[in-house]
Design a protein around this ligand. Sequence first.
Ligand SMILES: [Zn+2]
Length: 521
Amino acid sequence: MSDKGYQGSPPPARGADRHVPSILKDYRNTAVILALGLVILTLLACLPYAPQGPFDARDYTRVAGIRLEQHPWEALIEPLAAPFLILAGAPDFSIAGFSVLIWVLLGAAAWGMFAEYRAQRKKKPFAIALKGIRMALVASSSLILIILLFVVARIPAWRLVVDDPNLLVADLHSHTTKSHDGLVSTLTNLEWHASCGYNVVALTDHDELFAHELKVKADSPLERLQGFISGVEVHTGQRVMALGICDCKAPPFQLKMGMTDSPDLTAGFCKKIHEGCGGAVIVVTLKRLTTDDIDLLADDGVDGFEIVNSGHPDLPPYLRQKVLDTCRSRGLVLAASTDWHGWTGMARTWTVMKAPGALALPPSQRASLAVRKLREHDTDIIPVVAGYIGEPSPVRAIFSPIAESIRYAMELSTARVISWWIWVWAVFVLWAFLHRIGPRPGSILFASLVGATGLSLIFAALSLIRQGTESVTSFPLRIGLISVAIGAAAVGFSTFHGVTYLMRARRKGRTEQRGGSLYQP
Ligand SMILES: [Zn+2]
């Protein structure tokens, strides 16, 4: 990045005593595009159709007595959260993520090549292509960094606020470091759930009943938080995963591993959980199932199905309809669970139960009540989702950046729209200022993003290493140390880049004072 070789967009008029209106004049084209974007965003947010819930996941009608709130400070970082929220609300976020990445790569490459073509007097195809590749890499890695930042830093999205005191809010499916893919301790799990509005939480680690270590003292945070349910998640057939949700604090039987070897152990699992633990069985990750499986599982004695799982993509419509029909005709329960492993801080699913007086009960009795309601197939259990995701379709997947951005904009509240306006103009003014003191202001903004992601990676890894030393955990220390090293390298890069940028800017200032110019004419 040599100052002498800078041949990008035309440099602004220079002068040490220029004011903000003068800077805006230099960048008016950019300002017009930004203003237009913000106006479109605001208009979409003002449309009477709001895909923001909370909705009953069975028919997407609004549920009385509950409402969604953002964590108050979340609106402050709305534009940074946007790439994550845009993808998180897609019918299949992995497909949408892939599609967005391709669009960003191609769009940035085209933009970079166009800018270079305009800036060059002698058209050099190699330099133009190189600029396109560089822009594509920077744009796509920025997107990946923002997503990574949200996954690692566990920045929360919504919390469910209950106005009706007779409603109990449960998450029937979550994990801790006792699962091979879990990232949080039992305590962190319960604290996060409390912050997202849950009164009862099931800890359902893989293949190990009552895996979590509980050191509940009278005044420990666990006791002050919500009631928790002991559970387990196991394969009970080649395509079937089931949750055992139990109402006892010690396993009355040894859960055998290797259930996947057998074609179908669901009936046996149901019997064990029902009779041994006074519990209920919920079938999860339904996407792998066939419609015939749904009937067979109901015959096996399961108590319900998970109609929404935050961690796994949405169900195909035919399967969703089959689950809805089966549960309606057989009187089974439908749950909306997070399947939270500690990746990201986003909650968008809650299972709400009508339970008069339940909130006054001690946490353990509240948990027992929730299990009993599942076991009795209570008709007042409502699976709740944060927003209407809509039907998955190939066209929507291909045009994900447009379709999901429009959906996201329509979800925005007034505070979040205001946040967009403030951030866009603040970054624009900062960018204009950096452009005045040195070339390529985007590079320093990118380096800041790298530094922030690196820092959150270090904090997340240190927290996991600490958990690993405090309890028997499946989290490998090696991965924690590698993450710290990557985070430190990112922070180092960011700091080095910032310092060299400022030094270069200072040198440029001195040259200008002497009457020279760093820009080629
Ligand atoms: Zn799970």
